[in-house]
Ligand binder design. Structure first.
Ligand SMILES: N[C@@H](CCC(=O)N[C@@H](CS)C(=O)NCC(=O)O)C(=O)O
Length: 217
């Protein structure tokens, strides 16, 4: 990093996507400042945040005068702009698999495993109104497809890209961090020992702790 050019990540630490970016920063050993914005609060702060990301999604990365939103762009930039271990395989097929996993998370797993199952489960636990059972039940087929496909791509390896973590693992971990706390997840995941082993490995990393306990970084 150029001297005096600081990195700031804007967002809230409960966010799956903020956690993905925090994990990338931690894996690369990049020093950063976290600027909290609670995007769901709909306040003056969130209005001001639209100046950074007009789509109103967190996170946004600032590196000097360079401002970047969209988490895949952020983690690729963090990997390529800073030293530390490479988080993208150089082999074209392994790199394509990494991108595929990130696409599956963005297109299917985030919405299904986090919103349709974890968030509905949390609302159900709190006794909030809504047809939570129906929402969870309706999500199970797509959730199963997500697990089947992620397990197939993992193929018994410790990480999606092979022996060392890649951006794919960082993209998937925060989704499983929420999904794994739900009773339905235990049943679903019992059929996928490879994915369970992957979760044990990735969640033991310092980067997971840094993303979920950012005050400790
Ligand atoms: N495509 C965006 C998605 C980020 C995203 O969905 N962030 C959520 C929090 S995990 C958010 O900001 N939600 C606010 C909203 O939907 O109003 C990215 O990759 O950064």
């Amino acid at each position: 990093m150029a001297p005096g050019v600081g990195v700031t990540l804007v967002g809230a630490t409960y966010s799956v996507y903020v956690r993905i970016a925090l994990m990338a920063l931690a894996e690369k050993g990049v020093a950063y400042t976290l600027l909290p914005v609670d995007i769901f609060a709909r306040s003056d702060e969130t209005e001001a945040y639209l100046g950074l990301n007009p789509f109103g999604k967190i996170p946004t990365l600032k590196h000097g005068d360079f401002v970047l939103y969209e988490t895949q762009a952020i983690t690729r930039y963090v990997d390529e702009a800073f030293g530390g271990p490479a988080l993208q395989p150089s082999d074209p097929r392994a790199r394509a698999r990494m991108a595929q996993v990130m696409g599956v998370i963005d297109s299917f797993a985030y919405r299904t495993l986090v919103w349709d199952i974890y968030v509905a489960h949390t609302a159900r636990e709190k006794g909030e109104g809504g047809e939570h059972e129906e929402r969870i039940g309706a999500a199970l087929p797509l959730a199963t497809t997500c697990l089947v496909e992620l397990d197939r791509i993992l193929d018994g390896k410790p990480f999606f890209g092979g022996a060392s973590p890649s951006l794919a693992d960082l993209h998937a971990a925060p989704v499983f961090g929420y999904f794994g706390t739900v009773p339905e997840a235990e049943t679903l995941l019992s059929g996928f020992p490879g994915l369970q082993a992957w979760w044990t490995t990735i969640s033991a990393r310092d980067s997971w702790r840094a993303a979920t306990e950012p005050a400790a970084t």
